[in-house]
Ligand binder design. Structure first.
Ligand SMILES: C[S@@+](CC[C@H](N)C(=O)[O-])C[C@H]1O[C@@H](n2cnc3c(N)ncnc32)[C@H](O)[C@@H]1O
Length: 319
């Protein structure tokens, strides 16, 4: 992965500390001895200033005294496709903006998770940089033959991996999500629709809460991608079993893991994992392999999600 730049440092200041760096010299000092963007992000997340900001935001909570309402899941819309008038309106607006050379004005309305090159020199400024998306996509998809296959992307959010699967030859790609597609703040579905329209890729969308009973006549798919979702589930064994049922050939799981030996999962009742109340469970690597085998997969291959990050893994589970 490339070395971080001054712009990466400035973005970290804005995102994690909510302010501009004091001086150019301070920016330069952050670049010393940092080998990649992830290390830089980790450095900011571990900084006293960031931790103090988080404590200030969540000061009423302690891990042992979490108000019960904090982690209540919100009501979700029911499963199904979202091809609505709204999507057509977005598509028309994107086509018009592209015609005017003004795609950037639409992209700037959204908060992005994936950095995606939409053409016309516009790259969405996501929390996951374009380099990280590219590196992860390579680890997720390299071992899988996508040509002519169907793929379901559970928890697609902005859709970077759905788009990549289509580019790599998948015949049918369904991007599915629930939470972030519908919270007013994230506007995840609108952002996904803008990217899909700008890239002009034939990707289906589907509202799917993987912790609910699966809708009738949905799937199976040759390949199911389950990236960054497992640890967000309150009932991860039910969610994983659903994802497994949908996978005919290979289930690809990317997840946070607890880096210790043995078969166990850590429960996070509050904000213990990255101060994020939407994180619930952290399996060990061995636990995830055992769960996948228990769901009927004959072989499970494990890779590091990102070379420099120790607590994320990608599991390719084969029928
Ligand atoms: C950390 S993001 C991962 C996004 C993308 N898959 C990636 O790996 O970059 C987690 C995504 O999973 C979605 N998600 C969380 N719980 C879900 C559920 N029960 N069913 C479907 N999607 C869910 C969230 O809305 C969010 O878009």
């Amino acid at each position: 992965m490339a070395k971080p730049t001054r712009n990466d440092v400035i973005r970290c200041y804005r995102q994690f500390l909510g302010r501009e760096p004091e001086s150019d010299a301070v920016v330069a000092s952050h670049l010393k001895g940092v080998k990649d963007v992830w290390s830089l992000i980790e450095k900011f997340m571990n900084s006293h200033e960031y931790q103090a900001r988080l404590r200030e935001r969540f000061k009423k909570e302690t891990p042992l005294n979490v108000p019960l309402t904090v982690k209540k899941p919100s009501a979700q819309p029911s499963a199904g496709r979202l091809r609505s008038q709204d999507v057509s309106a977005i598509e028309r607006e994107v086509a018009f903006a592209i015609g005017q050379g003004n795609l950037r004005s639409i992209v700037q309305r959204f908060s992005w998770f994936h950095s995606i090159d939409l053409g016309q020199g516009v790259i969405t400024e996501g929390r996951k940089s374009a380099e990280i998306v590219a590196q992860e996509a390579e680890t997720l998809f390299r071992p899988v033959s996508l040509s002519g296959k169907s793929l379901l992307d559970i928890g697609a959010w902005n859709g970077a991996y759905s788009f990549e699967a289509k580019r790599r030859g998948a015949a049918r790609v369904v991007a599915a999500d629930s939470g972030n597609w519908h919270t007013g703040k994230m506007k995840g579905f609108e952002a996904f629709s803008v990217a899909r329209a700008a890239l002009q890729l034939d990707i289906e969308d589907f509202v799917l809460n993987i912790e609910h009973e699966l809708p009738d006549n949905f799937g199976p798919f040759d390949i199911v991608l389950f990236s960054g979702v497992f640890y967000h589930l309150r009932n991860p064994l039910f969610g994983l079993a659903n994802a497994a049922r949908l996978a005919r050939e290979c289930l690809i799981v990317e997840t946070h893991i607890e880096t210790r030996d043995g078969l166990s999962m850590t429960f996070y009742p509050g904000r213990e994992l990255a101060y994020d109340p939407s994180n619930w469970w952290g399996p060990t690597e061995a636990m995830m392999v055992a769960l996948l085998r228990d769901n009927g997969f004959r072989q499970v291959d494990v890779s590091n999600a990102l070379a420099q990050i120790d607590n994320r893994r990608i599991f390719h589970a084969w029928r």
